[in-house]
Design a protein around this ligand. Sequence first.
Ligand SMILES: NC(=O)c1ccc[n+]([C@@H]2O[C@H](COP(=O)([O-])OP(=O)(O)OC[C@H]3O[C@@H](n4cnc5c(N)ncnc54)[C@H](OP(=O)(O)O)[C@@H]3O)[C@@H](O)[C@H]2O)c1
Length: 330
Amino acid sequence: MSLRLAILGMGSVGRGIIQTISQKELGLIITAVADSRSGCIDPDGLDIPDLLERKEKTGICGDTNINAENVVLNAPYDILVEVTPTDARSGEPATSYILNALKLGRHVVTSNKGPVSLHYHALSSLAGNNGVQFRFEATVAGAIPIIQTLMHNLGGNEIISLYGVLNGTCNYILTRMAEEGLTYRQALDEARTLGYAETDPTYDVKGIDAAIKLVILANTVWKKNISLDDVDVTGIDLLTEEALRLAEQQDATIRLIGEIIPEQNIYRLCPRIIPRDHPLVVQGSLNAIIVRTDLAGDLLFVGKGAGSLETASAVIGDILFIRDKYAGGN
Ligand SMILES: NC(=O)c1ccc[n+]([C@@H]2O[C@H](COP(=O)([O-])OP(=O)(O)OC[C@H]3O[C@@H](n4cnc5c(N)ncnc54)[C@H](OP(=O)(O)O)[C@@H]3O)[C@@H](O)[C@H]2O)c1
């Protein structure tokens, strides 16, 4: 029996998930979808080519009388796939969707940093009490499977520290400033043109996006209970070309590095001068993470931190984990 998915959000990530599910035999069907203005439900499984074409042509995925809340409460599904926009301050409306699905005893997979950074402990204990999974691999470092790896594969280790480049937009800007001598403004405009940076790139360049990922890692991997206010954050928006030039003269460069040293309660994000051959000096919009552990030693992870299919990869990994653990669905 196929596992039934209800997907909230048909943007970059949602479409990547839907396309992948239509192209691979994964034992999954999509029984409901909602976007910001509409929704559609079919207990036998939606016609995916139809759905993708309708969204592309009309901008809406279905019936304007159906919304995301109706889908969560009334559609038949085993897993809610929540891929709506992140609101880092309120976590809404995603948190309410997730809460309602968990209360109904449905598994939830999300790529949304808001609910996980603000309410991880409450959501995961609700999931545990209801015998379902709450999974969120895609919230940190996109395609890099860092959460599953740290929480489970390295479960027997003490994870002593983590250092990482966790925001592809900032990394792209810093790379272009160093390589091509672009000003911060020029590099930011280029990142926008290429679709890396949002029209309002404040979250990225002020370091808030990467800091939220540190909060998620701290609270999930190390079971801390911190918020964005506990992270010492300096973005790249005030970085001068002069600082970068001086670093380059010493065979070094600047990267926006996030750092967690749990033993010392250090949660910090700031631009750092590091040697050009350091493993965290990755190019363009890549992410990179180094973790130090007691048994496995140092590990390095590099990969795409964002993108439609890259993020879909992480979301689908979570879905398949649930499929395999609960073969046959609820
Ligand atoms: N893009 C990435 O590479 C990436 C990587 C990691 C994590 N994420 C996270 O994944 C999530 C989705 O990202 P994205 O890039 O796909 O965003 P996006 O392109 O902006 O798409 C968001 C989708 O959510 C829909 N939506 C908005 N408000 C909604 C609501 N109240 N109820 C139901 N649907 C709603 C939008 O509807 P309309 O189509 O009607 O506008 C759109 O389809 C975000 O939380 C983001 O932070 C993204």
